[in-house]
Ligand binder design. Structure first.
Ligand code: NAD
Length: 341
């Protein structure tokens, strides 16, 4: 039997520890052979070690190249910069894969199956920001720089097309705002059209302006398959697509680089429900399925996904955010009870 694979486990803040524990219970019940290197980041790390991203955590991910992570609290408008953004930069996790698929019946749409491929290292998230002092107001003007490089655009758009080929997806839509941001978004669109031409005959493609895309996603989401876009647009549109399939509690996100992957939920620390035992662990459970896909254990991932989907469809033991009364633990037990194969 092969040796157990070591994975860095970052429980995170707020509901993080509860939902990450639920995912670990499911993985272990499904027979995944991992040893967990538990590490701190975010507010939990500030409280314990005075550092939101301790060197020990970085060293662990450098060694394991694989992490399952809970959400991390980021102070809004002040304090330390997002640790999620720092991790993506440190490990060059350029592709953020956020699938949204209808599982629950009775939603506004019955047939959503969209994958957002978000560029994860450039755009407006590069952190080049400054204030300009005018008169005696030091914050009279604020500037944020959006960076799009040809190489950055090429690798994420190529990733989206390759993802489509490998996963039997039919179409890739390049989403942009090149009508207004003619340089940065213009370069992204130009690169998208060039790469789309390389895949002609294998993968359909089109391009859409982000505002029109948002409207169409809400009205006719079945028209979309794979969407590739820049950092900020991907962040926003992936919350939108989460909303189309039942909310943030259901959508996972993989952050993938050339030799490292960090897997998490799309949602945040949910401070309003932290500590109440009612958080929905589905998103981080599905993120652990993405982790298994990433290391070639698709069969186990599919078994886990089937157990999650059956439990959700039955709606007997589901959490409050999706209309049930179950606790995090009760829902996790129900999913584990449905593991077959
Ligand atoms: P949030 O996603 O934490 O919460 C938004 C709403 O969704 C809340 O009402 C919450 O209760 C609900 N919700 C989210 N996840 C849920 C779950 N699993 N089960 C049931 N309900 C759930 O967004 P926010 O309130 O804007 O952010 C809170 C904190 O999380 C902030 O500090 C933010 O920076 C951080 N955050 C972190 C990440 C990450 O680490 N990847 C992502 C987004 C936000």
């Amino acid at each position: 039997m092969p040796a157990a694979r070591e994975v860095t486990l970052i429980p995170g803040d707020g509901i993080g520890p509860a939902i990450v524990d639920a995912a670990v219970r499911l993985l272990e019940a499904a027979g995944a052979r991992f040893t967990w290197d538990r590490q701190l980041a975010g507010m939990a790390a500030v409280k314990a070690l005075g550092d939101p991203l301790p060197e020990a955590t970085l060293d662990s991910v450098r060694r394991t190249k694989l992490a399952l992570k809970g959400p991390l609290e980021t102070p809004v408008g002040k304090g330390f910069r997002s640790i999620n953004v720092a991790l993506r930069k440190e490990f060059d996790l350029y592709a953020n894969l956020r699938p949204a698929k209808t599982v629950l019946t009775g939603q506004r749409f019955e047939n959503v199956d969209v994958v957002i491929v978000r560029e994860n290292t450039e755009g407006l998230y590069v952190g080049i920001e400054n204030y300009v002092k005018v008169g005696d107001d030091p914050h009279a003007v604020a500037q944020s720089v959006a960076v799009v490089s040809r190489s950055g655009a090429e690798r994420i758009i190529r990733y989206a097309f390759e993802y489509a080929v490998k996963n039997g997806r039919k179409k890739v839509t390049v989403v942009h705002k090149a009508n207004i941001l003619k340089y940065s978004q213009g370069l992204f669109l130009e690169t998208g059209r060039k790469i789309a031409a390389e895949y002609a005959g294998r993968v359909e493609s089109d391009d859409k302006i982000v505002d029109a895309c948002a409207m169409e996603l809400v009205m006719r989401p079945e028209r979309f398959d794979v969407i590739v876009t820049t950092n900020l647009f991907g962040d926003i549109l992936s919350d939108l697509t989460s909303g189309l399939v039942g909310g943030l509690g259901l959508t996972p996100g993989a952050n993938i680089g050339y030799d490292c992957g960090i897997f998490e939920a799309v949602h945040g620390t949910a401070p309003d429900i932290a500590g109440k035992g009612i958080a929905n662990p589905t998103a981080v459970m599905l993120a652990s399925c993405q982790l298994l896909d990433h290391i070639g254990e698709q069969a186990r991932a599919n078994t886990m996904r089937a157990a999650i989907e059956t439990t959700l469809r039955e709606r007997k033991t589901v959490t409050r955010d999706i209309g049930g009364t179950a606790s995090t633990d009760e829902y996790t037990d129900a999913v584990i009870a449905r593991l077959t194969g």
